[in-house]
Write a protein that binds this ligand. Structure first.
Ligand code: PAN
Ligand code: ZN
Length: 192
């Protein structure tokens, strides 16, 4: 049993483990500006990769994952993860930022309450249970972070896939701004 694993913060790789990659087409449906997503579909750039260590299981055990979210935008919206709820809704998660600059979008599965939290080097974020969570890279370097959670948590992409998050993180005048999706879509429509 491997109790100690060397990892490289520079590229977010764990020795002996292959990350799972997510390219634009895997996440395209989540971006507000569907015309911008369609323009990038042919290139299908890599958005992020995650190495999940899920070999410890059973009551009390933990899973942990090293994520690397690359810098970039789809239209004005920053590169972001698909986002999910935990299948076991009460399962919380701790995110530890190692490099880069970004934030997390959180949205309560039942009440719909939204919040944001900065995630960057030297920042830790507590994601309470029942909160859908998505990571956003608002910087110009890769955003590298650990996520640590109960081995019983499980991942549920279905609800977020259908509803998406109510808020978006977009660049306005060179700055990241959190906005209601509906307001951003209205802006896009007005620009057409
Ligand atoms: C993280 C996420 C990671 C990738 O390890 O899985 O940031 O995001 P998606 O899973 O939404 O594509 C985590 O929250 N695990 O529970
Ligand atoms: Zn999670």
């Amino acid at each position: 049993m491997n109790l100690s694993l060397p990892f490289h913060v520079a590229d977010g790789m764990i020795a002996g483990h292959r990350p799972m990659e997510r390219h634009l087409r895997d996440v395209a449906a989540a971006f507000a500006d569907q015309a911008a997503a369609a323009n990038l579909a042919a290139d299908n750039p890599l958005l992020y990769y995650v190495t999940m260590i899920d070999e410890h299981n059973g009551v009390g055990a933990l899973h942990y994952a090293l994520g690397v979210l690359l810098p970039g935008k789809v239209g004005a919206e920053y590169y972001m993860t698909k986002g999910h709820l935990h299948a076991w809704r009460p399962a919380a998660e701790v995110y530890i930022g190692l490099a880069g600059q970004g934030m997390m979008l959180l949205e309560h599965a039942e009440t719909g309450e939204c919040s944001t939290a900065p995630l960057a080097a030297n920042t830790v974020v507590y994601v309470p249970g029942h909160m859908a969570h998505r990571t956003v890279n608002t910087g110009s370097e890769p955003l590298v972070y650990w996520g640590i959670l109960s081995s019983d948590a499980g991942h549920d992409y279905g609800a977020v896939g259908e509803r998406n998050f109510r808020q978006v993180v977009v660049e306005v005048d060179g700055q990241p701004v959190v906005m209601e999706r509906a307001d951003f879509l209205a802006r896009l429509e007005a620009q057409r």
